[in-house]
Design a protein around this ligand. Structure first.
Ligand code: TMP
Length: 237
């Protein structure tokens, strides 16, 4: 597989074309951002940790019957993925109140939710990724009603699989963000990444943060915490 020209550079990843049209090359970067890019730092080792964690989680989900764009990990920091048309959506699922949910609704962090709550955000940096609903999605022609339905169903299935995965390694899955893409034949699949950058993970025994809140809230060094998540995931395989 040959790496070709840069297609896109995001906050945490670079995306390259390859010699095969339907495959893309992703390089995970050592960059950490928060507050929509206002807080920004380079953290040595972060890229390879998120690449390895995402690769293990996407492989686990595949075994659980959930397809994603992930093809294979090709180096510590790189993976090969299927080229799909991304929906400009961030799909957040919450099992426990935290973060913007707690702030917006005045519900104490750590309150277990009676059922998983799904939220949509419009992925548009210049608007600061606003929260939107299904009518907004239809009006903006981001996805059809049937596609939204499929995305919701997939997100809830992924939630159930991830709750179990993390429970098995002593972690409470508080909330997380997913992104989805569409193949040329219209099939919707999971895309982007699932890592401590995109999830809130609390240690089941101690409630310690094992995720990017360490960086967002200036709680200490992120690298040993992400290493801990990777070590626990590796023990499962
Ligand atoms: P929030 O509480 O800040 O809305 O975040 C909910 C979850 O979504 C949390 O696990 C972090 C994740 N997330 C992202 O991965 N990217 C984002 O841009 C945002 C806002 C949240």
């Amino acid at each position: 597989m040959e790496k070709k020209e840069l297609l896109y550079e995001g906050k945490a990843k670079k995306l390259f074309k390859t010699n095969e049209e339907e495959k893309l090359w992703v390089t995970y970067l050592n960059q950490a951002t928060a507050l929509n890019g206002v807080k920004k730092d380079t953290i040595a080792g972060k890229g390879q940790l998120n690449n390895q964690i995402t690769s293990l989680i996407f492989s686990y989900l595949k075994q659980a019957g959930i397809n994603s764009h992930f093809i294979q990990q090709i180096s510590e920091t790189d993976q090969l993925i299927e080229a799909v048309k991304m929906f400009p959506l961030e799909v957040v699922i919450r099992n426990v109140a935290a973060g913007s949910f707690s702030k917006r609704l005045g519900i104490s962090e750590g309150t277990a939710l009676d059922f998983p709550i799904l939220e949509f955000y419009f992925k548009e940096d210049k608007l600061d990724d606003p929260m939107i609903n299904e009518d907004h999605i239809a009006y903006l022609k981001i996805a059809t009603k049937s596609e939204v339905q499929q995305i919701k169903e997939l997100a809830h299935r992924i939630n159930l699989a991830l709750i179990q995965l993390f429970k098995d390694i002593g972690i409470r899955l508080v909330d997380f963000k997913l992104e989805f893409g569409k193949r040329q034949d219209g099939t919707i699949i999971l895309a982007d990444e699932i890592s401590p950058d995109t999830c809130r993970l609390w240690d089941l025994a101690t409630n310690e943060h094992l995720d990017k809140d360490i960086y967002r809230l200036d709680l200490g060094d992120l690298v040993p915490v992400y290493e801990e998540v990777l070590t626990r995931l590796k023990k499962l395989n």
